[in-house]
Design a protein around this ligand. Structure first.
Ligand SMILES: C[S@@+](CC[C@H](N)C(=O)[O-])C[C@H]1O[C@@H](n2cnc3c(N)ncnc32)[C@H](O)[C@@H]1O
Length: 281
């Protein structure tokens, strides 16, 4: 079989399993199986595939047929301007989370040295993306999951930033008082009862601890807001991601806890997604 026929074979199998992105996924998995860039595959469609590579490709297809996300199969996800290593120990970075990076960079001038805390760092995608652009900043990244923290450290090494970020395996509740200019977070925010409604690719594969946030979906957000009151410098900023329909409640909680709401940023589907607030007392 040549690459063209192999791609057809793959996309047909995935389509039969109701995978909407069957063409793209077949291309990504074949590129991974051949250890080539996608463009190299698509510009060499007549090349013949070796039997061993074809067998490997079939194994990858089998995983995708069971709804495993592509990012976990190929251990890679692009976020902001970089690639990150991911596996099932961490949430797959989402495009809407890039809003946090985009917004915080507006507040930090190049070469200034602000202190940042990333709560629930997961793969480390947010803090690594920020520090890559603002090398004079001081950063701490925490996660209650030791396995997630190990992936974040691995990514920091890959991006030559391991000496720039202090990684700590701790719950936000237990962190020692320190003073930060910025606290950022993409916390878990799914209501317990809504977990079963999530896509199979999410609920069967992504870490429960990265998703579930109690009956109202606000358990971790409330913790972060309360704790940040002690951890932020006066006029320090708290910037975090929220779920659909949480904006009103979260704004009220922020106001009740002495924060001024600077801005709510919508994602590309017009869902309020990131809240920027300032500690004012
Ligand atoms: C939604 S994921 C976000 C991961 C990553 N920051 C991203 O945006 O892709 C939330 C992360 O918070 C961590 N986490 C959950 N509860 C926590 C807590 N109480 N304290 C610290 N980290 C927590 C989880 O282990 C998970 O890695």
């Amino acid at each position: 079989m040549n690459y063209f026929q192999t791609l057809k074979f793959g996309s047909k199998k995935l389509k039969l399993n109701d995978i909407n992105t069957h063409i793209l996924d077949s291309e990504l998995l074949l590129s991974y199986a051949l250890n080539l860039q996608r463009e190299q595959v698509l510009t060499n469609l007549d090349a013949k595939i070796k039997k061993s590579r074809f067998n490997f490709f079939k194994k990858l297809l089998h995983r995708r047929q069971k709804k495993e996300p592509i990012a976990y199969i190929i251990n890679k996800k692009e976020f902001w301007k970089n690639n990150f290593y991911v596996n099932r120990d961490v949430l797959i970075p989402r495009p809407e989370t890039e809003i946090i990076v985009e917004e915080i960079l507006k507040f930090i001038k190049p070469n200034s040295s602000k202190s940042l805390l990333d709560v629930g760092t997961g793969s480390g995608c947010i803090i690594i993306s920020i520090i890559k652009e603002r090398l004079n900043c001081l950063a701490t990244a925490i996660d209650v999951s030791k396995k997630a923290l190990n992936i974040a450290k691995f990514n920091a090494k890959m991006h030559h930033l391991i000496n720039k970020i202090n990684f700590v395996n701790i719950d936000i509740d237990k962190i020692q008082d320190n003073k930060y200019d910025f606290i950022i977070s993409n916390p878990p925010y799914i209501k317990k009862l809504n977990l079963s409604k999530l896509d199979d690719s999410v609920k069967l594969f992504e870490p429960y601890i990265a998703l579930e946030a109690g009956i109202d979906g606000l358990r971790e957000i409330k913790k972060i807001i309360k704790k940040s009151n002690k951890l932020l410098k006066r006029n320090g900023k708290l910037i975090f991601e929220i779920g659909e329909y949480q904006s009103m409640n979260v704004k009220n909680i922020l106001n009740d806890n002495g924060y001024y709401i600077n801005k709510v940023v919508n994602d590309i589907s017009s869902v309020p997604r990131v809240i920027i607030s300032t500690k004012i007392n």
